[in-house]
Write a protein that binds this ligand. Structure first.
Ligand code: NAP
Ligand code: F7E
Length: 326
């Protein structure tokens, strides 16, 4: 029988890759989309005719109830969020509303309309923040460092609570950073690969960044949505770290990205702007995916050097096209 999935955040990086994966697996896919004055459907333009779009917003309880009643999903993937940590310092209340309370709204809408549906929550390595150990695993204590992280900790525990209180199948995927050519332009990897492409095509002279010493465990987004799906096929719910197990600094990422276009002295092309430093930052993240590897049979294949190559190549191509159409 055809399974039905309901995906919030379908227009985002992960939502669009997940929708593709679910379609390939034969699911009926419902994607929640919020009303914007200028539609933001670039990531799903190629599959728009295959998915059912339902309007709704994480800040509007009634829209979530209606969307679930209409779609009657077997699986709910909650990927919607104000996902940029930097903005969460400037919009802490909105971030808490969407990323924190929004999850309770969705869980409660599911409890009253489709209590047997499985729920996936997009949890994050930002839960660990000022991490007390390296690498971080499912048992590492949480110490969030931003309004984004704080809201996601609240959401994480709300999911555990709905699981324990009502016996619902609710799982937290604690995903470490994952990137792709669909990554939003404000995130550091994309700022770098877009900047390298613009410099290569002589449209820019340098890239401006903030904290170059931060270290992250960066993986490839299409592989991470596969881990989400696998988590929903388990006998019971649970919380898992999804990561590569390797960590690189922003400087490492810069060096590798510039090397793709034959530039070795990358420092000559990078400016640091203090305004891009965060009031509190997360210094080092490195995940321990051992539990996921064992229970899901999932392992990250694409590591940073290959990820950089994929992203730089895609941005080189896109910038070249844009230049032609000027
Ligand atoms: P993204 O590209 O920024 O996508 C976020 C999605 O959420 C977009 O579709 C956006 O819609 C939607 N959204 C924002 N506010 C909303 C609201 N009030 N109501 C309904 N939808 C709303 O993020 P992503 O990288 O795909 O990440 C997906 C999820 O995983 C997020 O929850 C993020 O916090 C989490 N996460 C991401 C990573 C990572 O490294 N990518 C790691 C761990 C966890 P619009 O297109 O209309 O803006
Ligand atoms: O920053 C530093 C910055 O914004 C990474 C989200 O998907 O992953 C993401 O959050 C690091 C930070 O990602 C710039 O200070 C330096 O230390 O790319 P980012 P993030 O904050 O790690 C987690 C797992 C999520 O859950 C989030 O949703 O890079 N950095 N210079 C910079 N960062 C940005 N954005 N821009 C710079 O110019």
């Amino acid at each position: 029988m055809t399974k039905t999935a309901f995906v919030t955040g379908v227009t985002g990086q992960d939502g669009s890759y997940l929708a593709e994966l679910l379609l390939k697996k034969g699911y009926a896919v419902y994607g929640m989309i919020r009303r914007l004055s200028s539609p933001n459907t670039r990531n799903i333009a190629h599959i728009m005719d295959q998915i059912h779009l339902i309007d709704g917003d994480m800040t509007d309880q009634s829209s979530l109830i209606t969307a679930l009643m209409e779609s009657k999903p077997d699986e709910i993937y909650n990927l919607a969020a104000q996902s940029f940590v930097g903005t969460s310092f400037r919009q802490p209340v909105l971030t808490a509303d969407v990323n924190g309370l929004g999850v309770v709204r969705l869980l409660d809408a599911a409890r009253s309309t489709v209590p047997d549906a499985k729920v996936y929550q997009a949890s994050t390595s930002e839960l660990f923040g000022k991490a007390t150990e390296i690498p971080q695993s499912e048992t590492t204590p949480f110490h969030p460092r931003s309004p984004y992280g704080v809201a996601k900790v609240f959401a994480y525990w709300a999911c555990v609570n709905y699981r324990e209180s009502y016996g619902m199948y609710v799982s937290n995927g604690i995903l470490f950073n994952h990137e792709s050519p669909r990554r939003g332009m404000e995130f550091v990897t994309r700022r770098i690969t877009n900047g390298v492409a613009r410099i290569h095509h002589k449209l820019a002279k340098h890239i401006t960044l903030g904290n170059l010493d931060a270290k992250r465990d960066w993986g490839y987004a299409p592989e991470y949505v596969d881990a989400m799906w696998r988590m929903m096929q388990q006998k019971g719910p649970g919380d898992l770290v999804i990561a590569t197990g390797e960590t690189y600094s922003v400087r490492d990422f810069l060096r590798l990205a510039f090397a793709e276009v034959g530039i070795e002295d990358y420092e000559a092309y990078v400016k640091v702007d203090e305004k891009l430093l965060r009031p509190a930052d997360v210094h080092t993240l490195c995940g321990n995916p051992a539990k996921a590897e064992k229970s899901l049979g999932w392992k990250a294949k694409t590591k940073v050097p290959e990820l950089v190559k994929i992203m730089v190549e895609a941005d080189l191509e896109r910038v070249k096209e844009e230049r032609h159409h000027r």
